[in-house]
Write a protein that binds this ligand. Structure first.
Ligand SMILES: Cc1ncc(COP(=O)(O)O)c(C=O)c1O
Length: 469
């Protein structure tokens, strides 16, 4: 048993069971432990190493699961034959292992989570079965580079009826995510373009501008969305905005700012607005906010949206709508690009939309998210006025402004110590800009069970030492 003596370092940040598992696995691979060797019992090893039996049990359990040892009932644990492991790529195994050991929080207010309980599996399966048929052999070949016309038509008519977007199918380009489509727009708009971005804003697109070596200028956002007067002072020619539900503040671009922004765009040649309408399907108060694209008379708005919130993030289908006059330039810039979305998926979605299931699904989900939001705000009401809510008119996240001496990062850390994950708003701010004095935290509610909000908010407030009013 001595060989185990130096195998665990209690001062290391790596969990003890993981250290033990790793050392035992290595010893088996090296042949230090021969096939058939009986391992010490959990009790013996726990006494010998002065660590808990649970730790040993976790390490043994992992080794059994991976086939390094086997458990024999009423006898103990024995080393297995592992010759084939010589061919296993260790670096890959370690990567997979660290992925599977990624921390899962007991309470996670991630804003990217959707509710998966109400997904219409039956309908989706029906269309998937129909599409996966010999009569659809043609779908095995490459389709239209902008995405198949069947889906582009469905998207165009959905956008007109629900968002007031005016376009034909030929203006629609489908791709496997906002993340994948933005680089195309960036290239289309040329190297000389300078992008105005919202501050705070959506980090993913901001990274994409940086990675494509495009200059960005941060424009502050207040409760009415991007401050267009500030935008006017900057030498930018493209404004990237989330007007229907600003990410992350949740502000809605006011009517007068919309007009101002459209006027800014039409004031000079070569100015554009990229309207990211990522979660506008879920609006809970009043009438839907019409899209900027629908108000635009001068072809200055490039509209972009996604099915990540409305259906599922793993579908990886998003789209943009180009102004007519940019179509030719687009086709010339990307003559050899194939669509990044599998045609089978495109057709499942097109038929799902054609038969009205998408609209039904949205109505169902809107009700469901509205109910969740009600539960969440009810749970938070008890902590007013210390905790104030904003951005609750649409989408799947809200912002809490907390009357506290701590910074938002400190509040995030306090929550983390109780195994709760929330998100600091300062993380979405441009580094050079001032951050508001009262800490603000973003919390998502889409993936939460309705009945979980009460206890989760209670646990969060306890972590922050905030008492009910
Ligand atoms: C502002 C914004 N745009 C777009 C998206 C969706 O991105 P994608 O289509 O790559 O999933 C999100 C998702 O959270 C978002 O917050």
């Amino acid at each position: 048993m001595d060989i185990w003596l130096n195998q665990v370092d209690k001062s290391s940040p790596t969990p003890l069971y993981e250290q033990l598992y790793h050392e035992m696995k290595e010893a088996i691979i090296r042949g230090d432990l021969e096939v058939g060797t009986k391992l010490p019992s959990k009790r013996q090893l726990s006494e010998f190493l002065a660590i808990s039996q649970t730790t040993i049990e976790l390490a043994y359990g992992q080794l059994v699961a991976e086939g390094f040892i086997k458990a024999v009932a009423r006898s103990g644990y024995y080393v297995e034959q592992v010759e084939e492991l010589a061919y296993v790529d260790e670096t890959r195994m370690e990567h997979e292992q660290s992925e599977s050991l990624k921390h899962v929080y007991s309470i996670d207010f991630n804003s990217g989570r959707i509710d998966t309980s109400a997904f219409p599996f039956n309908q989706w399966r029906k269309y998937a079965k129909e599409v996966l048929d010999e009569t659809s052999r043609d779908l095995l070949l490459l389709g239209h580079p902008q995405g198949d016309v069947e889906l582009r038509q469905e998207i165009a008519s959905y956008l007109y009826s629900s968002r007031g977007v005016r376009c034909t199918a030929q203006q629609v380009v489908i791709g496997s995510g906002t993340e994948q489509l933005m680089p195309l727009l960036i290239r289309l708009l040329g190297k000389q373009s300078v992008f105005a971005i919202e501050n705070p804003g959506y980090p993913m697109t901001h990274h994409i501008f940086d990675n494509n070596d495009r200059k960005t200028l941060a424009v502050p956002v207040d409760e009415d969305g991007m401050q267009v007067a500030e935008l006017d002072k900057k030498p930018a020619n493209v404004a990237y905005v989330t007007p229907s539900h600003q990410f992350p503040t949740g502000a809605i671009l006011s009517a007068s700012r919309r007009v101002q922004l459209l006027n800014w765009a039409s004031a000079k040649e070569g100015r554009y607005i990229i309207e990211d309408d990522y979660d506008s399907e879920f609006r809970y108060v009043g009438k839907p906010i019409p899209s900027l694209q629908g108000m635009d008379q001068r072809e200055r708005v490039i509209y972009i949206s996604t099915f990540s919130k409305s259906l599922m993030p793993s579908l990886r289908i998003a789209y943009f709508v180009l102004p007519m006059h940019l179509l030719q330039a687009y086709r010339q810039t990307f003559p050899y690009y194939s669509s990044t979305v599998p045609r089978l998926d495109q057709h499942v979605l097109a038929q799902f939309m054609r038969d009205g299931h998408f609209s039904k699904h949205l109505n169902r989900m809107r009700k469901l998210y509205r109910k969740k939001l009600e539960k969440l705000t009810q749970a938070l009401d008890a902590y007013k006025p210390t905790v104030q809510i904003s951005g609750e008119q649409a989408g799947m996240h809200i912002v809490l402004t907390i009357d506290s001496e701590s910074s938002d990062s400190e509040l995030v850390e306090l929550a983390k110590q109780q195994d709760i994950r929330v998100y600091a708003l300062s993380d979405y701010h441009h580094p050079t800009e001032n951050i508001p004095s009262n800490p603000q935290v973003l919390i998502g509610f889409g993936g939460f069970e309705e009945e979980a909000f009460g206890p989760a908010i209670e646990a969060l407030m306890k972590a922050w030492h905030i008492k009910k009013a």
